[in-house]
Design a protein around this ligand. Structure first.
Ligand SMILES: [Zn+2]
Length: 412
């Protein structure tokens, strides 16, 4: 018989408008079998019961915008791809400890990491694999012009460059070969890129058509890095399925997104905090100014239009973007006028939809997989409760305990 676990506390299930104040979640094996008021729960006599002071139980957090094989982690142990892969293994553990149980990854090792986690070889969140980020040469992912494009494509772990429709067929199919479950492109330049301007439109209409068509034939969607307005609009008109960053949306962009149910992924902590970051290269510092106000305007507009928002962070476990503070993204969204409950949905069920797993994860409901977080505190009265891994006392993925702090009380 499966071991039965019970978590007691306030439940924010990402479905109801209000929390269940005195709730119980019963878990059998990997699934939730009951979530609701404690008084209605039939607690099995042999159950293992967990709670903590002022406990709140939420769905595990989902970061819809990650580049796991980034290069800036504080754990980085060397320069080769092998060093970086091993660094990510360490980073994944930090992510789970911060409450992250699902990630949409856009980098080279997503497939291998997903499968190693699935097999139980390493600790980590569920991963939806995006492959590398597709960009034009001279575009957002062209970081080193001293190397030929073909060499960059062989060696780089985050970006992949394509020029012209033929190349776009090959590049997209290459990502599918490497295990991609969705496709990420750069529709515009970016703040962090070395050459382009964030107002540049990158792929042409012809190239966008090829990329989006190819993704559709693989039964998936294209998501696009979108900073400047014109490039964002061109990508939306071409039929992208999701907008990342969305820093400079105008009314027309929002209108198209609303009509086509195109969601928006946040990365607001980076956008709002960029100008304050330490040791930024000059080309970034110049662009960072103005981004904050633009992003706040954009997300307020998106809220008025009722566009679905999912939390993404772009964090890389660097000193500026530590995974232990990845939950700041909930707070950043509230700074743009969203309620704490809206922010929590963005970081749970809305992320699950982007992972195309909303039937399995993203809410605290009977029948779903037990991907759960227990925090100490009430995030509805103080959203910063979610901003620090220290407040995350327990994390479960598929009913298996991944983190359990000493503050967790065991037994009734
Ligand atoms: Zn990114």
């Amino acid at each position: 018989m499966n071991e039965v676990k019970v978590l007691l506390g306030r439940i924010i299930d990402s479905v109801a408008e209000k929390p269940v104040e005195n709730g119980a979640v019963i878990i059998e094996g990997e699934k939730i079998v009951y979530a609701g008021p404690r008084e209605n729960a039939a607690l099995p006599a042999n159950a293992a019961v967990y709670t903590c002071e002022n406990a709140t139980i939420l769905p595990g957090f989902i970061d819809a915008h990650a580049h796991l094989t980034g290069t800036e982690s504080v754990h980085r142990s060397g320069e080769t791809p092998y060093d970086l892969l091993l660094t990510v293994v360490r980073d994944l553990s930090d992510l789970v400890d911060a409450g992250v149980t699902g990630v949409r990854d856009m980098s080279a090792f997503g497939r291998a990491l997903r499968d190693a986690i699935g097999k139980g070889n390493i600790k980590g969140p569920r991963i939806m694999v995006g492959g590398r980020v597709l960009s034009i040469s001279s575009g957002h992912c062209d970081f080193d012009v001293t190397r030929p494009v073909a060499q960059c494509n062989r060696e780089d772990l985050t970006g992949f460059m394509m020029d012209g429709p033929e190349d776009c067929y090959r590049g997209v199919r290459q990502q599918f070969r490497e295990g991609a479950e969705f496709i990420k492109i750069c529709a515009t330049g970016g703040v962090s890129s070395a050459i382009d301007d964030y107002n540049d439109q990158e792929f042409s209409e012809e190239e966008l058509k090829v990329i989006i068509g190819e993704a559709k034939r693989h039964n998936t969607y294209v998501t696009a890095h979108c900073t400047g307005t014109a490039g964002t609009k061109a990508a939306l008109k071409a039929g992208i399925g999701c907008v990342e960053h969305g820093v400079m949306l105008d009314e027309e962009c929002c209108q198209i997104m609303k009509e086509n149910s195109v969601p928006l992924v946040t990365t607001l902590s980076v956008a709002l905090g960029l100008a304050d970051m330490k040791d930024l290269p000059p080309h970034m510092l110049r662009k960072a100014k103005g981004i904050k106000e633009a992003a706040m305007r954009s997300f307020r507009l998106a809220r008025q239009y009722g566009i679905t928002v999912a939390l993404g962070t772009d964090y890389s476990n660097s000193p500026n973007t530590p995974y232990s503070e990845i939950g700041r993204e909930f707070y950043s969204l509230t700074r743009c006028g969203y309620t704490p409950m809206e922010a929590i949905r963005a970081g749970t069920i809305n992320g699950a939809r982007l992972m195309r797993r909303e039937g399995e994860i993203g809410t605290v409901e009977a029948g779903k997989l037990a991907d759960l977080v227990m925090v100490q505190g009430d995030p509805l009265s103080d959203i910063l409760t979610l901003a620090c891994a220290d407040n995350v006392k327990m994390v479960l993925i598929g009913g298996t305990i991944q983190k359990e702090m000493p503050e967790v009380q065991y037994g009734l």
